[in-house]
Write a protein that binds this ligand. Structure first.
Ligand SMILES: [Zn+2]
Length: 85
């Protein structure tokens, strides 16, 4: 799924489906940058957005911590939690 993530001033990513009308609103409010990405699961999105923190797996609990700072907006419905093998 093609997605757009907006990083807010408080360091949280708000993830929208690409083209969502709310992206511009979020970006303006956050005065942050929007980043386009293509991922097949929430887990993949989190690993992409937080790659600098997670590295090759990260510290224990790091993934959950990053997941907690990643908001999947309603428009991303249908995006599975993890990639299907
Ligand atoms: Zn949206």
């Amino acid at each position: 799924m093609e997605l757009t993530a907006v990083r807010t001033g408080s360091g949280i990513f708000r993830v929208h489906r690409a083209g969502c009308d709310d992206i511009a609103k979020d970006a303006a409010q956050a005065r942050g940058s929007a980043r386009d990405l293509d991922a097949e699961s929430r887990e993949a999105v989190i690993r992409l957005l937080w790659a600098d923190v997670l590295g090759d797996g990260g510290a224990p609990g790091a993934f959950q911590s990053c997941a907690g700072r990643t908001d999947f907006i309603g428009c991303t419905w249908g995006l599975p939690a993890t990639s299907q093998a």
